[in-house]
Design a protein around this ligand. Structure first.
Ligand SMILES: [Zn+2]
Length: 208
């Protein structure tokens, strides 16, 4: 055992080994949070089709967009450089801007012409799912970010924590619509869309 074990041990104990372990742990944290947010957005998409809530549409576009922003950070950890990160970042910003435009157009259309919503209980549940998915992503990112001393991961963790609260806006929308305030849905949709524009701006500044 001795020789082989020592050899293997010394290979991972050097600075390169430590860097490799850090890279792998970073990729793992980013992948887990990407998966959680992706599943959250997919579940919300099903309820969007059922309910027709534009607040939920904006929230699921937001969660999907945030899942995408995890990709450049993952690439940075994977390549242990910033070269690929920049190109992936540009593609992500473009995707977020396009989806923000979709959410904006839909919210404005509904403000002018409010629509009857259905499936209000599943709609409220979709907001809770958004909250739980984001909080789970926040816990994974914050834990890994602190362990790996990665400011990008820690910042993303706090971002996801705030987004969990944003998802509760969908619950508020379901409640307000149940009480007869149909206008609440496009108003909340518009507010969440402005947040998407904000993350697109943040992502753009990061990429530049
Ligand atoms: Zn966000």
């Amino acid at each position: 055992m001795g020789r082989v074990h020592l050899h293997g041990h010394s290979r991972v104990a050097g600075p390169l080994g430590a860097e490799l372990r850090r890279s792998r742990a970073g990729i793992k944290a980013v992948s887990i949070s990407l998966l959680v947010l992706g599943v959250t957005a997919a579940a919300q998409a099903v309820v969007y089709v059922l309910s027709g809530s534009v607040a939920l549409l904006a929230d699921l576009i937001h969660n999907g967009g945030d899942a995408l922003t995890a990709i450049p950070i993952g690439i940075a950890f994977f390549l242990r450089s910033t070269s690929g990160e920049r190109w992936a970042g540009r593609a992500v910003v473009l995707a977020i801007v396009v989806s923000a435009a979709v959410a904006l157009e839909e919210s404005i259309r509904r403000l002018i012409e409010p629509r009857e919503l259905s499936h209000l209980w599943p709609l409220a549940a979709a907001g809770v799912v958004g909250f739980l998915g984001n909080e789970a992503a926040a816990i994974v990112r914050l834990a890994a970010g602190r362990r790996l001393s990665s400011p990008a991961l820690v910042a993303d963790g706090y971002h996801a924590r705030i987004d969990g609260l944003v998802s509760l806006g969908v619950v508020a929308s379901a409640g307000a619509v149940a009480l007869g305030a149909r206008i609440a849905d496009p108003l909340i949709g518009l507010a969440i869309t402005l947040l998407i524009v904000h993350i697109a701006w943040d992502a753009w500044v990061t990429v530049r």
